[in-house]
Write a protein that binds this ligand. Sequence first.
Ligand SMILES: [Fe+2]
Ligand SMILES: [Fe+2]
Length: 346
Amino acid sequence: MVDALREANTASQSERRETLLTPRFYTTDFEALAKLDISAMEADFEAMLAEFQADYNREHFQRDERFVQQAHQIDPQWRALMLEFLERSCTSEFSGFLLYKEISRRLKATNPLLAECFKAMSRDEARHAGFLNKAMGDYHLGLDLSNLAKQKKYTFFKPKFIFYATYLSEKIGYWRYIAIFRHLERHPENCIHPLFDYFKNWCQDENRHGDFFGLILKSQTELLKGPINRLWVRFFLLSFCLTMYLNDRKPRNLYSALGLDASHYAMEVLRQTNLDSGKVFPLILDLDNPRFVRDLDRCADLNLQLEALLGKSLLARLPVLVALGTAIARLFLLKPVAPPAPEMVR
Ligand SMILES: [Fe+2]
Ligand SMILES: [Fe+2]
């Protein structure tokens, strides 16, 4: 037991090492955000706010006795992976909470409708982060969230990039959670933690958040027009795709504990998110192109090689870095495709 906890602690601490794949905290140009003109789609934002204020998941996140029981019963081989998942998810939910809360505060006077929407989303993310942190507490390993907020470095993104990134991250969150939920519904014997039972309603929060950012992007038509913006959209789509695929393709991952094939799961989530993003973005990635999948796999392999060389000299890592850079460049240069007609998307 002590060994398992130590192992979990070590895994958790090593995860805290900042890498490109670590969840980040963001800040933005709040003054520019406050000037956002949403008058052309005000009725849609009013409807969105009514959805948020209905607060469908107000009573959803109630813990039961299975959480504590499970903390003692979990197979030691999955314990560290579960903790890693909890810590990572809690950090990104908390990162959303901080950003949305700050935006809501700064927009209160100038743009109350948007401010209220952000306030409702920060309420949801606080709930999600708190729920995950309590699940970590069952292992006596909760995160000190107020300290995390002070110590983390904040990455500045201008509003346009915040919208691209949050839109994608909310949508990818939705597709990840619903895919896990549906899989465990078919294979309840693989449900190693009661947390996953909450994903069905939980992911609807993320879906609504994604729809909200989709609405913002649609209301600011200039953000999606022109060759430069098209390049940025490609860049963000690819960054999210790589981050998820490279993380999920690690040899030992939570998905194997859940009885999922990690590559297949990651590809399915990426396909759905990519198609879904076509409802807003003017282009999507050509994920059906075998060249794309081949280069994506190559990136994941090279990333693993790079991790194995951690602590080695730059010279030792250089060939792998160059190969990884080349594979990423090839992915970026692969021509995107036009989104399918809305009726073709599930
Ligand atoms: Fe969330
Ligand atoms: Fe969210």
